[in-house]
Structure formats: structure tokens, C-alpha cells
Design a binder for this molecule. Structure first.
Ligand SMILES: Nc1ncnc2c1ncn2[C@@H]1O[C@H](COP(=O)(O)OP(=O)(O)O)[C@@H](O)[C@H]1O
Ligand SMILES: [Mg+2]
Length: 227
């Protein structure tokens, strides 16, 4: 994205949420964004997901300028190009791990035969270490396991871009670190670009590049780690 401004009208007055934000992420590259609460991090992800529209500037994802797409085109873009991992997992409580993950592929690729969808979901769950949890419902899984299901769901359709908004916010630090390792590993293997929002500087430091959001302004703060 380049020169992106995001301004909302709140009670007749402009509220500047993002100011002249630029960010570019390459395939297989992991970018972390840190910054205080209310600084605009989630808003940035909403623009990258095409769930909100920039007030000005360009938002290019995988060669598509989201600012020029219709709502229907944005829906297709999300199905084909994006994976999203949420802080609170957002799994469907009545569905097993296998069906939660399978459903995501069914939505992305409805033409795929059911047997192929189930086989792919089984494989995706195995890739996150849950081969023996296929038929568990979310309530029967630990937080770390639920987020690994969330990760398998986000990655099953081989997205070009993975967006993660504080995905470890509901996990203890050690479990969170393992989920993040897994996310980075899967993303690099599938050549998926990752934008990860995190409060944890230790997790952010594992990304290829780190950015800090302050009052709607994004600056690169990658440390070279070599002094
Ligand atoms: N739809 C909205 N209406 C009014 N204010 C909003 C809206 N969405 C976000 N904001 C405001 O924009 C700022 C940035 O929010 P957000 O992107 O959620 O920050 P972060 O994820 O960094 O905590 C906050 O001050 C928030 O209150
Ligand atoms: Mg947020």
C-alpha cells in the first residue's frame, strides 16, 4: 500500500485513523506490526483485507488494487487470496476441527469434490500437529490447539497473503510462541506473505521486518540485531 489515508467521519468531524501509510510485503516475507492500542493496527489489516476502504491512496495485494474493486470482487479476492487468523479464533463451535478447516476450502474452491476437500483438511491439520484431533469440536481443544485449527483454516486455500491480528493474545507466552513458529514456517513453505500484529516484542523480533504504528503513522523499526 502507498500513501494510504483512512479517515472516518465521527459526529460530523473527521477522525484521522491512518496517515500516509506505506507498506510493501514480498511473497514468503513476514512483517510484524507493533504499537499501542488504538494506534490503527487493526484498521490497517481491515484495509488490506478489503473489509474497509481507504479514503485515499492505493492498496495493492497480489497485483490487484483493492481501492478499485467492487464489493463482489472484494469478496472473491478474500476467498482466493487471503487467509485471516483472529485473536479469539472464531471457530464454529458445532463443527469438528476437520469440518471447520474443510469449510474454509469449500468456500474458497466450491468446485472441489468433497473427498478432496476432506483429504486436504486432514493434511492441513496434520501440518499443524493435530492429526489426532480431527474429530474434536473447539470446546474440546486447548487454546493453542484451537489457534492451530485457526491457522490450518487460514492456510488451507494457499493464500497469497496471511493477516493475523494478535493471534497469540489469548494464549500463554510459550504456546503463543509455538503457534507463531508454526505460522512463519507454513507461510515460508507456501510462499505466503504475512502481516502479523502483535503486542509481544519477542514475537515481533522473529519477523523479517518490524514496523511500529503510532497515532496512525507507520514506520519501520526493524532492528539489525548486530549493534
Ligand atoms: N468504525 C470506527 N468508528 C470510529 N472510530 C473508529 C472506528 N474504527 C476504528 N476507530 C478508531 O480508530 C483508532 C484505531 O483503531 P484500531 O485500528 O482498532 O487500533 P488498534 O488495532 O491499533 O488498537 C481508535 O482510536 C479507534 O477508536
Ligand atoms: Mg487492534
Amino acid at each position: 500500500m502507498t500513501g494510504v489515508n483512512y479517515t472516518l467521519d465521527v459526529a460530523g468531524r473527521p477522525l484521522h485513523i491512518l496517515r500516509n501509510v506505506g507498506l510493501s510485503v514480498q511473497p514468503a516475507e513476514v512483517v510484524a506490526i507493533v504499537g499501542p492500542s488504538g494506534s490503527g493496527k487493526t484498521s490497517l489489516l481491515m484495509l488490506l483485507a478489503g473489509l474497509e476502504r481507504a479514503s485515499s491512496g492505493r492498496v495493492l495485494v497480489d497485483g490487484q488494487d483493492l481501492t478499485t474493486l467492487s464489493d463482489d470482487e472484494l469478496t472473491l479476492f478474500r476467498r482466493r487470496t487471503l487467509g485471516i487468523v483472529f485473536q479469539s479464533f472464531h471457530l464454529i463451535p458445532s463443527l469438528t476441527a476437520l469440518d471447520n478447516v474443510g469449510l474454509a476450502l469449500e468456500i474458497a474452491q466450491p468446485e472441489l469434490p468433497l473427498a478432496s476437500t476432506r483429504a486436504a483438511a486432514t493434511e492441513a491439520l496434520a501440518a499443524v500437529g493435530l492429526a489426532d484431533r480431527l474429530h474434536h469440536r473447539p470446546a474440546a481443544l486447548s487454546g493453542g490447539e484451537q489457534q492451530r485449527v485457526g491457522l490450518a483454516r487460514a492456510m488451507i486455500a494457499k493464500p497469497r497473503l496471511l493477516l493475523a491480528d494478535e493471534p497469540t493474545g489469548n494464549l500463554d507466552q510459550k504456546t503463543g510462541a509455538r503457534v507463531i513458529e508454526l505460522m512463519f514456517d507454513l507461510a515460508r513453505r507456501q510462499h505466503t506473505a504475512v502481516v502479523l500484529i502483535t503486542h509481544d516484542p519477542g514475537l515481533a523480533a522473529r519477523a523479517d521486518r518490524v514496523f511500529t504504528m503510532t497515532l496512525g503513522e507507520l514506520t519501520e523499526t526493524t532492528s539489525t540485531g548486530r549493534g
